[in-house]
Write a protein that binds this ligand. Structure first.
Ligand code: MD3
Ligand code: FE
Length: 234
């Protein structure tokens, strides 16, 4: 009595550490940047030295618990007017810091490993989570190019991603992500609802008491223009 070849193949595939399928077009690459954690955190610190972490307000009058900054040609900004991508940091009045070369290469390699060749992000949103901060369930739809994936790099304290469906009411699965893990969200998962559960307190050897998440986005090809899109808070 041997198992059907399909089962053997499935077993082999799932035992490969390289990539785990989270959903249609969504891949978890565990430990993909493990060897670059320190360098990535150092680059994120250099970005924040130019464009500081800030907690932004939302159109609904609230304030996000997560602190954010950006690097790259475009940065994601939120204020009482809503959400958009902007070439200037509203705090400094200057362009966002350039995307560190290491960021660009990591984003491109991760996208390729998940089957999205030629990914060249215009924006990197840097999120900083401290104990008890969270990101409520939302869709990322401020980008004009929804064919491009989003690449997410986790650094520092572990977190739990909530990964839902195309509708807010769809059930969510919980995915634990650790420092060095990368998730690539594209295809049918690109507009899935997602969020991050409140961060558990802790101490990470390189990042201290926080989690840093980098999300790389293509946004759109719009030289010289402001990119704006829909809302993100449903
Ligand atoms: C699923 N950031 O900044 S990245 C965000 O960990 C954001 O800071 C989270 O969601 C963080 O907007 C999670 C995970 C993620 C990003 C984009 C997605 C999940 C996604 C797009 C589609 C589906
Ligand atoms: Fe998001």
């Amino acid at each position: 009595m041997s198992a059907p070849p399909g089962d053997l193949l499935a077993g082999l595939t799932s035992s490969l550490p390289a990539r785990e399928r989270l959903g249609e077009g969504a891949w978890l690459l565990r430990g993909f940047v493990s060897s670059s954690e320190a360098a990535l955190l150092e680059a994120a610190r250099a970005v924040a030295a130019q464009s500081a972490f800030r907690r932004t307000s939302t159109r609904s009058g609230g304030t996000l618990s997560v602190a954010m900054t950006n690097c790259g040609i475009l940065g994601w900004v939120s204020d009482a007017r809503g959400y958009r991508y902007d070439r200037l940091d509203p705090l400094s009045g200057q362009p966002w810091p350039a995307m560190p070369a290491l960021f660009g290469s990591v984003a491109g390699r991760a996208a390729s490993a998940a089957g999205y060749a030629g990914f060249a992000p215009a924006a990197c949103l840097v999120n900083r989570y401290e104990a008890r901060t969270k990101l409520s369930l939302h869709q990322d739809r401020d980008e004009l190019d929804l064919a491009a994936p989003i690449v997410s790099v986790s650094l520092g304290l572990p977190a739990t991603f909530l990964f839902g469906g195309q509708e807010r009411r769809d059930p969510t699965v919980r995915v634990r992500v650790e420092s060095g893990d990368v998730v690539v969200w594209g295809g049918a998962s690109r507009l899935a609802y997602h969020g991050v559960a409140p961060l558990a307190a802790g101490e990470h050897r390189l990042a201290g008491a926080c989690r840093i998440n980098l999300t790389f986005r293509k946004v759109a090809l719009c030289p010289g223009a402001l990119c704006s899109g829909g809302r993100m808070d449903g």
